[in-house]
Design a protein. Structure first.
Length: 251
């Protein structure tokens, strides 16, 4: 039986913290320039996970309410971000954030919206947003076929992933976004990348909820194929993950 969305990453936290990509600093600059983000803006980071996106906004001076139902991921964020006085950890869901009415200027969902794209979430976002507030949905979209390595890695996921095709975030298409946003929205795209040695590549793979974990069927077989791919495509001991970071901004 598949884990509930809010529990899927409970056994992946260490790898998630160490090997998941952050987001380009240009995202903050764009929101400051085009969406009115200022240091005084209050941000609700919904589905905040281990705090990767929350840290971007904290570094920009914003107060951030990091809303995350998964205890293990939330506690990781609390450890990593405790030194930011404007960081507030919230044990809650996207559908019931527990935040006050009209209390936030921006709602951010980074690498998370596909888990909670529901009418209940839309109603909750409307409730907690201040008049004129913005919703910002962010994904790092791994390029699937830009290089032979990325093609081989995608094939590995298709071969070994437990429910990869069902839950991949690319399933949130333009129709889903149009249905969620109240009116028009704008999409921005930024380049992003990560470089890994084999241990980093292994950690990046195992941070994904659909990759069989140690002790699960085909885990060892998957890692053997990962080693073969790495040795076939590494340059100077590294391989490169390339991403398009998509940022959708609306109300």
């Amino acid at each position: 039986m598949n884990a509930a969305p809010e529990q899927r990453f409970s056994d992946r936290v260490e790898n998630y913290v160490r090997y998941r990509p952050s987001y380009p600093q240009e995202v903050i600059a764009m929101l400051q320039r085009e969406a009115g983000l200022v240091p005084q803006s209050v941000v609700a980071d919904v589905g905040s996970g281990t705090g990767i996106s929350a840290e971007l906004f904290l570094r920009a001076g914003n107060g951030v309410h990091a809303v995350e139902p998964n205890r293990e991921m939330r506690e990781a964020a609390e450890r990593l971000l405790a030194h930011f006085p404007n960081f507030h950890s919230v044990a809650a869901s996207a559908q019931e954030t527990t935040l006050a009415d009209a209390s936030v200027d921006f709602i951010v969902a980074a690498q998370a919206f596909h888990w909670f794209n529901t009418p209940e979430t839309r109603a909750e976002f409307t409730r907690i947003l201040k008049p004129g507030g913005r919703v910002v949905l962010i994904w790092n979209e791994r390029k699937l076929d830009a290089t032979p390595f990325l093609q081989a890695f995608e094939q590995l996921l298709l071969t070994f992933g437990t429910d990869y095709t069902a839950i991949r975030h690319e399933n949130v298409n333009a129709d889903a976004l149009s249905a969620f946003f109240q009116g028009a929205y704008v999409t921005h795209t930024f380049a992003n990348e990560q470089r890994f040695d084999f241990e980093g590549l292994k950690g990046r793979l195992l941070s994904s909820s659909y990759a069989p974990a140690e002790g699960q069927p085909r885990h060892e077989e998957m890692l053997a194929e990962l080693r073969r791919i790495f040795e076939a495509y590494e340059v100077s001991g590294q391989v490169c993950f390339e991403y398009d970071t998509r940022v959708h901004v609306g109300r």
